[in-house]
Design a protein around this ligand. Structure first.
Ligand code: PGA
Length: 255
């Protein structure tokens, strides 16, 4: 069985003082939940300080974005070596908000995956269809395209250690969630695509999170699906109680 992984994407929330409080609360309540990999993705300005608080704990640190170039004239961007130096374990790449507002494409996502891996940072790669694509019934085509574009030229070993997050865009921050069966269907498709492109071992190892209005109340139903290996949590990761409860629900499924 794949080890479940719950990641909290704080997005553009929690300046330093709030970030520190939240993380201290998480440490108190969730550090010893050993059945689940736990990751938080604070904004860039809080990463260094949070890393220091997390030192020696079981909670891992993620950045919300990375640049694909090593350095240079890219005003406002953060280089992979800068994240490596802080000790980021993971980085979220290609979130739908970055695709929608900052023109990220499958090609830039692909380049960012390479740069993260080169610096020893595990990518959490987001895929997912828009509401319009969902209603038109073209989810399969969209996912096929995203998987092909984002993972082009990667080795099977690289794919095996990555995290993929399936996030139907119409479920992000809306309170609507895909049903566990609908999510499972897309997760199966993603795993089949990985098997076809990178072999059955990579497909059985790669962990696929679901994201989009995950809450304590729907965690167990979603994560008990065989191909849903965790969750990428936005809104509910901003409150200690709800994020800890999602982690606890996940841990309960492992016994
Ligand atoms: P949400 O966000 O949980 O607030 O829907 C999920 C995400 O964007 O990763």
């Amino acid at each position: 069985m794949r080890r479940p992984i719950i990641a909290g994407n704080w997005k553009m929330n929690n300046a330093l003082a709030a970030a520190r409080d939240l993380v201290r609360g998480l440490l108190e309540q969730a550090d010893d939940i050993s059945e689940v990999d736990k990751v938080i993705a604070p904004p860039f300005t809080a990463l260094l300080s949070i890393k220091e608080i997390l030192r020696g704990s079981s909670i891992k640190l993620a950045a919300q974005n990375i640049h694909y170039e090593e350095k240079g004239a890219f005003t406002g961007e953060i280089a992979p070596a800068m994240l490596e130096e802080i000790g980021c374990d993971y980085v979220i790449i290609g979130h739908s908000e970055r695709r929608a507002y900052y023109n990220e494409t499958n090609e830039t996502v692909n380049k960012k995956i390479f740069s993260a891996l080169k610096h020893g940072i595990i990518p959490i790669v987001c895929v997912g269809e828009t509401e319009n694509e969902w209603e038109r019934g073209v989810t399969r085509e969209v996912i096929t395209n995203q998987v092909a574009g984002c993972f082009a030229d990667l080795s099977k070993e690289e794919v095996a250690k990555m995290i993929i997050a399936y996030e139907p865009i119409w479920a992000i921050g809306t309170g609507k969630t895909a049903t566990p069966e609908q999510a499972q269907e897309v997760h199966t498709q993603i795993r089949e695509l990985i098997a076809r492109g990178f072999g059955s071992e990579a497909a059985s190892l790669v962990r696929i999170q679901y994201g989009g209005s995950v809450k304590p109340e729907n965690t167990a139903a979603l994560l008990s699906q065989p191909d849903i290996d965790g969750a990428l949590v936005g809104g509910a990761s901003l409150q200690i109680d709800s994020f800890v409860e999602i982690i606890r629900e996940t841990a309960r499924l492992t016994v």
